[in-house]
Write a protein that binds this ligand. Structure first.
Ligand SMILES: Nc1ncnc2c1ncn2[C@@H]1O[C@H](COP(=O)(O)OP(=O)(O)O)[C@@H](O)[C@H]1O
Ligand SMILES: [Mg+2]
Length: 274
């Protein structure tokens, strides 16, 4: 049992195994017919420990989505390898659940059918039907089972998308700017929800954001990426307890450190989005 589940769940829901992702010497080049080739990732190495909450933080174009797509199995590294629990990644798999900025729900299916769609595709919906309800409850969508995606808000669609990934018991949850399209209030509410769900499930999370505060609030480790070519500049620990206070001096210290790494002066920066 990992640290998080051991400390925080107290029997809320059963715990599945959390996965370890190893990114070794990964580069991704995009060769262009016209213009210079793009080095989207340049020799990236990262050991993502089981059960921890990782954020990939960096400005637009630093390769966050490229790295996530390769971990998800939606794209391939030009060089290097990525493994989940020592197994090389070769294409998408439900053990690596995905939640992206656009919830990508099937518009013709109800919320319940959307959440069940992975189980249905795997031919195990019959025996797992009760879990669909369990996850609808976990993400707070009771009462919305029979409605269609266009009838719910963006925040609710993201909850449904989260439940759709979690019902498959992924070892790793990959989230690429999942809160990017939400208003500030819904965004903070969803941050709480994601933490609650992570603490109850114990899954490893890799979460992409360009919001410094969000990364400090949520993460155990922040992977700082810089562009041209996309690479990891530094991985920093966030040794703060939970729940966290955004006003705690230690929170500010970590935020200031990150601002400095990106070349901003913490005293003058009035926006912490990068
Ligand atoms: N399919 C593609 N073809 C060409 N260039 C791409 C492709 N996908 C990403 N890139 C380039 O790779 C770099 C990293 O992109 P991306 O991973 O989307 O960054 P981020 O998610 O951090 O904003 C950018 O310069 C982007 O333009
Ligand atoms: Mg991106």
């Amino acid at each position: 049992m990992n640290r998080v589940t051991a400390e925080k769940t107290e029997g809320i829901v059963p715990v599945q195994e959390a996965g370890r992702i190893r990114v070794q010497n990964v580069s991704r080049f995009f060769l262009q017919d016209s213009g210079p080739d793009v080095i989207a990732l340049n020799n990236v190495n990262l050991d993502i420990e089981p059960g921890k909450f990782y954020s990939l933080l960096g400005p637009s174009g630093c390769g966050k989505s490229t790295l996530m797509r390769i971990i998800a199995g939606l794209d391939e590294a030009t060089l290097g390898t990525i493994t989940l629990d020592e197994e090389p990644i070769r294409g998408p798999h439900f053990l690596r659940g995905m939640v992206f900025q656009d919830p990508t729900l099937f518009p013709w299916k109800t919320i319940e059918e959307n959440i069940a769609s992975g189980l249905e595709a795997r031919g195990i919906l019959k025996e797992k039907k009760h879990e669909v309800q369990e996850y609808i409850r976990l993400v707070g969508l009771e009462g919305f089972e029979k409605v269609y995606p266009h009838q719910i808000s963006g925040g609710m669609a993201q909850r449904a998308s989260l439940a759709r990934a979690l019902v498959n018991h992924p070892k790793v949850l990959l989230m690429d700017e999942p809160l990017g399209a939400l208003d500030a209030f819904t965004r903070m509410q969803m941050q709480e929800e994601i933490l609650r769900i992570w603490q109850s499930r114990g899954t490893t999370i890799v979460f992409v954001t360009h919001d410094i505060d969000e990364s400090v609030y949520l993460s155990d480790k922040i992977v700082i990426m810089t562009p041209r070519p996309g690479k990891i500049k530094e991985v920093i620990d966030v040794p703060l307890g939970r729940p966290r206070s955004r006003n705690h001096p230690d929170f500010w210290r970590i935020r200031s450190r990150i601002l400095r790494i990106f070349g901003f002066s913490p005293d003058f920066a009035d926006s912490y989005h990068i």
